[in-house]
Design a protein around this ligand. Structure first.
Ligand SMILES: Cc1ncc(COP(=O)(O)O)c(C=O)c1O
Length: 392
């Protein structure tokens, strides 16, 4: 297929670009812009971002590091040693796991970009990967750009949104190169259990899968900390885990996260980064290291606030007769759309009637149909306004 940029008719675009669907959240943003132009004061519970500011200690560390001209140049592809050492200390304190900062950790410029790139560590043209759905879309696009195909594992409420590994056909088990998991899960908010972690590792060992574990929301919980797959025996043989500073420390704009796990996978990722990219700006690494080292109070206050908001949203949805999935993690509510509506028609209804954006589940894959996602990491006055509009 040949398509030309309109009005130019010279440039041929790749089939990867032409056949990839538009990034789903862009569609929501376009609707938002249209509504604002119409004069509607839109409440946006669709976007996965927070209104909170980054920890002060991170901002101060960044300012100081910007003043140091030594930080104005290229840095190593796996991130600065002090950043990786801080990550290693954090992993030990948080999960009780010893990770070698030299070979088992790399800094990444946000996990979205790293998740897009990681399939090329495993995938050759024609390979398949196991992708639970609904899904955060970046990894699937990365898989397709690498010439691979997803084999979809439906995430269903009756399995508490954990993939049913027993249901994967033997042929697919044998052909799959890696499996992607994301817990706490976006969008369903589900948490991983130890039982599932052990079973997954057994399957992965038997069929020689790599495991890509996305823990972007690991620190957003009420009382019980989320577990890491790396805590389990055998995980270091095949798991790469992605952690993001974005949601945890409200640093979405800083663009920083890290990958930790199996040294061969980390080394492959660093190789890909060295060919196709680089490392986060040093002052951003300084900010992230400060947040990881001194951010415990910040996290406690954030959890308290999100718990309050979660409770308020649950109570509102219950009063409106909406069913939702019960969990204590992430800053979303994953709820069923009322009977007779699709997730898209419900979202349109919410926008037209209540001036509120929620994410239609179908934008995150066919298994998201019948559900919608509402983000409650919003300021109190905005959520109160939502309660007033929707609760009426
Ligand atoms: C499940 C999941 N993984 C990864 C990311 C990417 O986060 P970032 O690129 O900001 O680290 C997001 C962002 O919304 C997400 O929801």
């Amino acid at each position: 297929m040949t398509t030309f940029i309109s009005g130019c008719e010279v440039v041929r675009l790749s089939s990867g670009v032409l056949t990839s669907p538009e990034y789903p959240f862009k569609k929501i943003n376009d609707i938002k812009i249209r509504m604002i132009k119409k004069g509607v004061r839109v409440i946006d519970l669709g976007v996965g971002d927070t209104f909170l500011s980054a920890p002060e200690v991170a901002v101060e560390a960044m300012k100081k590091a910007v003043d140091d001209t030594a930080n104005h140049h290229y840095n190593s592809y796996n991130g600065l040693p002090f950043f990786r050492e801080t990550v290693s200390e954090w992993m030990l304190k948080r999960f009780g796991i010893k990770i070698d900062p030299e070979n088992e950790i790399t800094a990444v410029i946000g996990t979205k970009e790293a998740l897009f790139r990681i399939p090329s560590a495993f995938i050759d043209s024609g390979d398949i990967a196991l992708i639970p759905e609904p899904v955060y879309p970046a990894l699937v696009s990365g898989l397709q750009f690498s010439g691979g195909s997803p084999y979809t594992l439906p995430l269903k409420v009756e399995n508490r949104f954990l993939p049913d590994l027993d249901n994967i056909p033997e042929k697919i088990r044998q052909k799959a190169k890696f499996i992607y998991i994301n817990y706490p899960n976006n969008p369903s908010t589900a948490e991983m259990t130890s039982e599932f972690a052990k079973k997954l590792l057994k399957f992965a060992e038997k069929y020689d899968w790599g495991i890509v574990s996305d823990m972007a929301y690991s620190e957003i919980y009420e009382k019980t900390p989320n577990i890491s797959l790396l805590e389990f025996e055998g995980a270091m043989d095949r798991v790469v885990e992605f952690h993001s500073l974005s949601k945890t420390y409200s640093m979405t704009g800083f663009r920083i996260g890290f990958a930790a796990g199996n040294k061969d996978i980390i080394s492959a990722l660093v190789k890909i980064k060295s060919i196709r990219g680089s490392s986060p700006f040093q002052p951003v690494q300084a900010a992230a290291a400060a947040a990881l080292k001194y951010g415990e109070d910040y996290l406690s206050k954030m959890r308290e606030l999100y718990s309050f908001n979660r409770k308020m949203m649950k109570s509102l949805f219950s009063n409106k007769g909406l069913e939702f999935f019960h969990s204590s993690s992430t800053f979303y509510i994953w709820a069923c759309v009322p009977e007779g509506m699709t997730s898209l028609s419900f979202s349109e209804h919410m926008l037209e009637k209540y001036g509120t954006i929620v994410t239609p589940g179908a934008l995150l894959g066919q298994w998201g149909e019948g559900w919608f996602r509402a983000c409650f990491a919003r300021p109190a006055e905005e959520l109160e306004e939502f309660v007033n509009r929707f609760g009426r």
